[in-house]
Design a protein around this ligand. Structure first.
Ligand SMILES: [Cu+2]
Length: 320
């Protein structure tokens, strides 16, 4: 009887665990519309224009961040309105599917639906995969899907989270040859704008800054959406406390000055802001490749006691 009771308890425990995992894993519906529109780029320090003839997911560059948990199913629909002139497609780097089926181009007036399970945690790029792919990415069809890890034992809770996506800005995206040869790039876009979060180097522009309080763990989800160049990501006046390669805490580096982010790589990086009694501390997150930094890849993080409590949470993980 005793053994029977033990076995029953064990079965009940396994059943409870299974149902807990079923509760954890959910289906997340995501719909995006391909939109061919002009958007603002903030002007440019180095000869860019104010507007960009963009192709986008839902009218913004980058597209909206998608957030799911490891094990969730993403139920995705791409709509390509009949008013568009080009085919578009979706390539989620977090998906393991068929390039010929799920990621195939969708003609104007058609839509595409597919599902996939986000099995691997991390920071994954998504982008349009319709040809010529280089042009669709250069025109702005990219974003990030964040797959939160189930196993958090080596992943301390962050006080604030920010998404930064870097892209080379080519004023003439009709010249596909120049995109491939890497000639004529005039700016570095961070979340779609040159010097987006840097009021120091371009005081005229429409800028915001990342904010945190002293002593907070600030988590940066970074994607290199450049066409051709890696990114030497360095926090000036700070050190990356942890770098989670591909955004996966199973791949953690500690105390890094610079982390080189490959094209199409996503990475999570933590800064712990200093407690120093100063009214404000500035940290500049830059692509230390100078040609990229001075073309716009500088983002200022200000640590101060009265930091905006909304920044780095919810929708404000990506500052407009
Ligand atoms: Cu496209």
């Amino acid at each position: 009887m005793h053994t029977f009771k033990k076995a029953t308890l064990a079965i009940m425990a396994v059943a409870a665990l299974c149902s807990a995992q079923q509760v954890f894993a959910k289906t997340v519906k995501v719909t995006m519309t391909a939109m061919e529109v002009d958007i603002q780029t903030n002007g440019a320090l180095v000869g860019g224009a104010d507007t960009m003839a963009a192709w986008t997911f839902d009218g913004t560059v980058p597209g909206k961040p998608v957030r799911v948990n490891e094990g969730d199913t993403v139920d995705f629909t791409l709509i390509n309105p009949v008013t568009n002139k080009n085919s578009h497609a979706m390539d989620f780097h977090a998906a393991q599917v068929s390039v010929l089926d799920e990621f195939a181009p969708v003609k104007p007036g058609e839509s595409k639906h597919f599902t996939f399970e986000a099995k691997v945690p991390g920071v994954f790029m998504y982008h349009c995969g319709a040809g010529p792919m280089v042009q669709h990415i250069a025109k702005g069809m990219y974003g990030v899907i964040l797959v939160a890890p189930k196993d958090t034992k080596n992943y301390p809770k962050a006080d604030r989270e920010y998404v930064l996506i870097q892209q080379q800005y080519f004023p003439d995206t009709e010249n596909v040859g120049a995109l491939l040869e890497n000639t004529g790039w005039k700016g570095s876009l961070i979340n779609g704008k040159i010097l987006h979060y840097d009021p120091v180097h371009d005081p005229k522009g429409d800028h915001d800054v990342l904010e945190a309080k002293p002593g907070e763990r600030v988590r940066i989800f970074f994607v290199n959406a450049n066409i051709n160049l890696p990114v030497a990501l360095h926090p000036i006046a700070s050190i990356w406390d942890r770098v989670y390669l591909n955004g996966n805490p199973k791949n953690t580096l500690y105390g890094m000055q610079t982390y080189n982010v490959a094209v199409a790589e996503g990475v999570t990086l933590d800064i712990v802001t200093p407690v120093n009694g100063k009214p404000a501390t500035g940290i500049a997150i830059v692509d230390h490749a100078m040609g990229a930094a001075l073309r716009g890849a500088i983002s200022v993080l200000v640590s101060k006691p009265d930091a905006d409590p909304k920044k780095g949470h919810g929708e404000m993980i990506i500052l407009k």
